[in-house]
Design a protein around this ligand. Sequence first.
Ligand code: WT7
Length: 658
Amino acid sequence: MTLESDIKIESVLQEDRIFPPSTEVTEKARIKGFHEYKKMVDYANSNPDDFWGNSAKEELHWFEPFNKVLDWSDPPFAKWFVGGKTNISYNCLDRHLQNGNGDKQAIIWEGETGEIRRFTYKELHSEVCKTANALKELGIKKGDLVALYMPMVPEAAISMLACSRIGAPHSVVFGGFSAEALRDRLVDGEAKAVITADGGFRKDKIISLKPAVDDALSNNSCPTVQKVLVVRRTNENIEMQPGRDIWWHDLIPSQSTECPALPIDSEDRLFVLYTSGSTGKPKGVVHTTAGYNLWAHLTFKWIFDIRSEDIYWCTADVGWITGHSYIVYGPLSNGSTTLMYEGVPRPSNPGAFWDVIQKHSVSIFYTAPTAIRAFMKTGRELPDKYDLSSLRLIGTVGEPINPEAWMWYRDVIGGKNCPVVDTWWQTETGGVMISPLPGVTSTKPGSATFPLPGIQADVVDSEGISVRDNEGGYLVIRKPWPGMMRTVHGDSNRFRESYWEFIKPKDGSLIYFAGDGARRDSQGYFWVMGRVDDVINVSGHRLGTMEIESALVSHQSVSEAAVVGRPDDLKGEAIVAFVTLENGVESSDLLLTTLVNHVKAEIGVIAKPDKIIFTDALPKTRSGKIMRRLLRSLASGKEVSGDTSTLEDVSVLDKLRN
Ligand code: WT7
């Protein structure tokens, strides 16, 4: 991890507003009041084997019982529920059929173009079985990686469950990534097949997907990929390569609706999901079967305090971990009704979210602060036009939420009577780690409050010593938990180095750290302050600055590039790139557009710089390190403060100021 030694975590203003749970919420809640939460915490901490072991036995179906709860003999490589065999697709489907819930709605889907599709658990089970059989027919076997590059259609969830049913790990690649980015992920994961669609609808436009897959596979650049399964969604004209490409509608309908779930080892890979880190290449975060299933299941149940009549909606995309854990696996494992929406608020339907809540009587709503800030900006008139009274709980995820956005969310969307859960977690943690519990926690706007039972979170210095109240530090987890990532695909050293060796306790123990700074107040509330590494968070999307830099430098006109985040009212952070050009290349508006498009092509539209600043030189230390801290100040229009004595050439700074 590249972290500047001079980075300081600034303390934020004290927040005094506090909202205790109402008696009504607490009475109905599964975990009632702080004493019950405390009891769980104490039990988990004093007897983790029983806490996790009993939870796993109670919450999941086992084809074969496990004989050891946690094997931590080779840290940081954990093995949970050793020797057990289960299947997450079974836990999400079959057991609900056996419990008499086969006719319950599993997925309600609404497309951007207005159509609605519903699947009961029975129907979803059939679709998943058919798809699993089709994958087998295509030659997919246990252990083969299947990549998904799809719009938000039910077939995405069906494909994930079909893969896990036969023990084929999936690797979902967000549809907003470019062909280049897709190719990198296919190659790194050695994918055997790709499931995609002709295209998808996004903000009143069509985005094409299959052509990007063709591009990614061209010139035999991913030789492991044998088959491409294509869902028809937009009806565009696309090319189908004989022998490789098959239409979903030609293959799936005729399959048998029975496909027994394969008993899968607890520690067999369930999925790989790529995420950005401090270094250039995205890492394939590996999650395994049983531990992930348990953590997604438990956290969903606790945090949303789910009831059988709930209509739950998470606005994420299945291309991110939030979609994995809280659109698909968490809700379905609990037998809940999960709503999947293809659209986002857009010119033709700015009130789309509120419309969906009203239409489907959504009771639990889970979205990102960036969306809330955007709505806040356009005013309450829009949401006020809709009946949002079905809501009983609202949540946020993805980035720190500023107290004012939190208050607006609570008042305007939650009608002042819905608990707000601000959930902190990461792709790597599999599920939420720090969050209020609706019947337990008195919330403070902007704080993710307390760690969940079993999670030993702390704020520490670089030696792993807890810092004092209200002092900033590194947010860490001290003990393994079932949902933790197991490794970086193909690079276990990177896993150890990036996450477990950054904090260096004197006794040599291992502590998990994945890049966030935080502070804990005198009442023990956690305040997450955002990344302290070279990762920026743009509208809840995580991007490595180095990744964007490599994309820029790969253009023939660019000599050097440094990318930093600048605080942005709506997106959280905006991308600012400082670029020096090759000798003889002149800066121009045309070049600016070319470079923006180049980044789009290399990574995807989400990584598009908001601003490119051409400069003759970048501020560097005498040892040649780019001083990003200075660039960050410059980009956000702040006075450059702190030590500049290590600068090799001070005049560079003066030029940049102008
Ligand atoms: C990073 C992880 C995990 C779901 C989506 C993002 C930031 C996430 C919060 C929150 C403050 C948050 C952190 C974290 N983050 N939730 N409630 N408060 N920051 O997953 O792409 O792996 O990004 O998102 O910086 O490290 P991800």
